[in-house]
Design a protein around this ligand. Structure first.
Ligand SMILES: *Cc1c(COP(=O)(O)O)cnc(C)c1O
Ligand code: SF4
Length: 433
């Protein structure tokens, strides 16, 4: 049985597969890992990566930094400093300077989404959509391994401080009692599944005393990065008992599994993990962005959704890569993402067409690219609010001028004249600007 060993830039030479990585690539890993978080582990190395196909292997690109994640200039500057053996302060100043240029706080998350209780901000929580609250437990601010395209990279590189409070769960409960419209608490991080079962239970049990709370979600990539969490860790029975307790309280427990590639599920450990989780009555839903070099083709998505359907995982979201971090390297244009989505979606039976997207999590809400149409002689994107900062926007359709290169909502302009999008004035008002 694999035991958990993790590898960062500091001990990468201990990785059993170290000798199969070209020297140039090692240099790239050491350089880029200064800017973006890097960690792999024994499961990723032994069961996910195809070492005969690096660096092109999608699971290698998912977990090992690539030189192209930095601009040529930034890579040149940073690798020169490291090669010269520049003083630590000079290196970290250059790193910070690069990081601050990569839009570390997209979609106004910190300013706009932090709720408050008794006039005090509730750090470590976000309340953006009426019916659900995100909760970031202090002990879950890491992952079993890091995705190279991670949009939460500022949290892991010490750039963003969520300023956790000791009594955060008591305050969350207080907030939920004042806000009965919130039906759904979403545990996120990092990965809540890095926490010992006892710690997770200490966060969840108080929530079970709030009758208006009907569903609990746990966002996790542990099925992919560390399925042994559900199969063979000393306290995995306690974990599954906790899941049963949540379900037994009459609530839905949903594991929101981040799954980027079908291979993450094609091993007996992941399959056993899925079976054990489902046997508690919890449901598993899947979500992932569509990402260049990793899953940017319809066949991969079709295989992934078919595998999920077979295992009883419900496909839930296809996201577009957020406008932060190494976006240039990973982003897929909206047009291409829509094509990938449609080709895979059309191959699914109705049971697999539960998936929504391709969708942008942006400041106004979650906006899906629903289609491309020609209206009055103009080629347009048909966009639709799946979630809205104002819930009246949900379900609304709007149009943007077709643009083959657009990768994000900021690249789009309204169709049919120069009016702003219908939500812009109100969004500015809600943002207090
Ligand atoms: C995506 C998201 C949610 C959940 O949205 P659903 O459509 O219900 O899955 C909640 N809060 C934030 C901030 C989100 O980005
Ligand atoms: S699992 Fe999520 S939070 Fe963790 S590294 Fe991957 S994208 Fe980031």
């Amino acid at each position: 049985m694999t035991s958990y060993r993790s590898y960062t830039a500091a001990n990468i030479h201990e990785l059993p597969q170290y000798d199969s990585i070209p020297e140039e690539q090692i240099r790239a890993i050491r350089t880029v890992a200064r800017v973006y978080p890097f960690r792999v582990n024994s499961h990723v190395a032994e069961h996910l990566i195809d070492w005969s196909n690096i660096p092109d292997d999608p699971l290698f690109r998912l977990s090992f930094p690539q030189a192209e994640m930095l601009s040529e200039d930034d890579y040149g500057t940073l690798s020169a400093l490291l090669t010269q053996g520049a003083p630590a302060e000079a290196v970290s100043a250059a790193v910070r300077e690069i990081q601050f240029r990569q839009n570390p706080n997209p979609a106004g998350q910190k300013e706009l989404n932090t709720p408050s209780l008794d006039g005090e901000p509730l750090h470590g929580m976000q309340h953006k959509y009426r019916e659900s609250v995100l909760f970031f437990p202090l002990e879950a601010q890491v992952c079993h391994a890091y995705c190279t395209y991670c949009f939460r990279w500022p949290q892991f590189s010490g750039l963003e401080n969520l300023r956790f409070q000791d009594d955060s769960v008591t305050r969350l409960v207080g907030y939920l009692r004042l806000h009965p419209e919130v039906r759904d608490v979403i545990f996120t991080g990092g990965d809540p599944m890095v926490m010992p079962s006892e710690t997770l239970a200490s966060y969840i049990r108080p929530l079970l005393q709030v009758p208006t709370l009907k569903t609990i979600r746990i966002g996790t990539k542990a099925l992919s990065w560390w399925p042994l969490r559900f199969v063979a860790e000393p306290d995995n029975d306690a974990l599954l008992a906790l899941f049963e307790e949540i379900v037994g309280s009459g609530r839905q427990l949903a594991l929101m599994a981040h799954i980027s590639h079908p291979r993450e599920l094609e091993n007996p450990l992941a399959e056993t993990a899925v079976r054990r989780i489902r046997s508690t009555g919890a449901v598993i839903r899947s979500q992932s962005p569509v990402v260049r070099h990793i899953n940017d083709d319809a066949g991969t998505w079709e295989a992934m959704w078919q595998k999920q359907l077979q295992l009883g995982i419900i496909p839930y979201y296809m996201f577009l890569e957020r406008d932060t971090g190494p976006k240039e390297y990973f982003a897929v244009p909206l047009v291409e993402a829509l094509g990938i989505f449609n080709r895979a979606y059309r191959r699914m039976s109705g049971l697999g067409r539960t998936v929504r997207g391709p969708s942008m999590s942006c400041s106004p809400g979650k906006v899906a690219v629903d289609g491309i149409a020609e209206v009055g002689g103009q080629k347009v994107f048909v966009l639709k609010f799946i979630q809205g900062r104002n819930s009246d926007w949900v379900g609304r359709v709007f149009f943007a001028r077709y643009d083959a290169d657009a990768t994000w909502i900021d690249d789009l302009v309204p169709a049919f004249g120069d009016e702003p999008f219908f939500f812009e004035a109100e969004l500015r008002r809600l943002s207090g600007s």
